[in-house]
Design a protein around this ligand. Structure first.
Ligand SMILES: [Zn+2]
Length: 61
């Protein structure tokens, strides 16, 4: 029992820490897909996703 609680605590803190960074705008962007054509923008974009909060963004080239 004690072990389970001890294991849970740090993982929750870690998650919170990550979300705080994300809320401050420090996302951990990882490349999700390479150059693809965005019809709305009418140009090539790369898709990025935040490893912590899952937020997505596209960057025009
Ligand atoms: Zn994020």
């Amino acid at each position: 029992m004690g072990k389970v609680i001890a294991f849970k605590k740090p993982s929750l803190q870690e998650k919170h820490k990550g979300n705080t960074l994300c809320r401050r705008g420090f996302h951990k962007w990882v490349l999700e897909s390479d150059k693809k054509f965005d019809v709305k923008l009418g140009k090539l974009v790369t898709a990025w996703r935040c490893q912590r909060c899952g937020k997505r963004r596209t960057k025009a080239l």
